[in-house]
Write a protein that binds this ligand. Sequence first.
Ligand SMILES: Cc1cc2nc3c(=O)[nH]c(=O)nc-3n(C[C@H](O)[C@H](O)[C@H](O)COP(=O)(O)OP(=O)(O)OC[C@H]3O[C@@H](n4cnc5c(N)ncnc54)[C@H](O)[C@@H]3O)c2cc1C
Length: 395
Amino acid sequence: MTMTVNTPCLPSVAVVGVGAMGAMTMWRLAEAGFAVTGYEQFGVPHDRGAHGAETRIYRMAYREGEVYIPLLKHSYRLWHELNGLADRSLFIQNGCLYISDMQRPWLDETIASAQAHDIPIVELTDADLAARYPQHRLYGGERAILDLLGGTLRPEQAVLAAAQQAVKAGAVLRDYSPVRDVVPLGGAVEIVLEDGTRDRHDYAVITSGAWTSAFQRDLGFGITARRLPGTWYPAADPASFSPARFPVCLRSAGDLDYSGFPSVDGWSVKVMPPVFPDTETVAETTDRDIRPRDIAYTRRVARELLHGLIDRPARTGVFLDGFAETDLPVIDYADGTDRVLGAVGFAGHGFKYSPSVGQLLTDLVAAHAGLAPGELAGTELPFRRSTTIRSTSTE
Ligand SMILES: Cc1cc2nc3c(=O)[nH]c(=O)nc-3n(C[C@H](O)[C@H](O)[C@H](O)COP(=O)(O)OP(=O)(O)OC[C@H]3O[C@@H](n4cnc5c(N)ncnc54)[C@H](O)[C@@H]3O)c2cc1C
């Protein structure tokens, strides 16, 4: 990627980690006129962290909690904006299907939340489901909704597009540049690279995902890494799993819970298991081999819950995401300094609202620097201490 040196008039901001959150933050900061430098240890994008694996679900009727809905609505607009700017398709708005048996409360909660927030959904009986989406094997008594604003995101391409837009707006992208330390210095921050180089910026934003524990010594983000395995099963008739005919889905059936994705490679379908509790790892040394348990689980999904998949995975991958101490991510100032911010701990579901995380961080920096409040200023967000964007400098 071409590197451009800009002529800053607004403060300079280092973005440490150019994955999903970092690329979006670079884009929003650079658009707002900040002098941005993004530091990434690998390439932009890459397949070792939380933005690999080809596809992501975007959905707005959110079973994880209504607190996310302002960010999801705002992101929806930014996804369309980025899609329009990019020279590739990043967001296929083909709906998101939620299917549940009668045993779980989450579908009722999701419907109630959609209604409370004017999110357009269509409720489907099992007969509707069988007629419209015959790829799902039904046992009777299933209920479903189609989230009409939902769809399929392309994560690697979105990270690339956001980074390209940032560079176009004047940002500097330093790939293959691992950061060893982030040192607050009163009115500035020093970024120490692995090769010993030291760069000084007015602010630093930590978006280092599953690798964040390396920075936790003094910054207090409390993040652990977890392994998330993905499996791809060949389709007997790939056309029936194309994005036009097979929306992304979330399904609970008996003891199985999974998410399913349309075929974007023309021959296989991705099946993701839930995040199992025993998947904690260390990002730097994690084992990248898939485990028999993961295969056994998604193979049951392919056999028992879908029609038309060959039940031997053709491709597997192990990816990583960061998890905070509570269910919520941390989007906040670091401990003891208001020159370092972090956005970490997105726990396997943060991609869909990553553009708004970039905007939120931009608004936080702008507010601290005494600039005009940004797009999300005043939005109540319960992500640790920053319940509302602070509008005055604390220095
Ligand atoms: C397999 C999988 C499936 C998922 N499915 C969905 C989904 O369907 N929908 C959804 O909304 N979300 C989903 N998620 C979650 C979502 O993708 C993540 O929450 C989100 O991508 C987190 O972004 P991030 O920027 O924190 O992490 P990443 O994208 O991993 O970015 C962190 C970056 O920081 C870099 N970095 C770390 N340390 C350093 C350092 N010292 N120096 C320089 N660079 C550094 C890393 O190399 C990396 O590029 C999924 C996650 C996974 C793993």
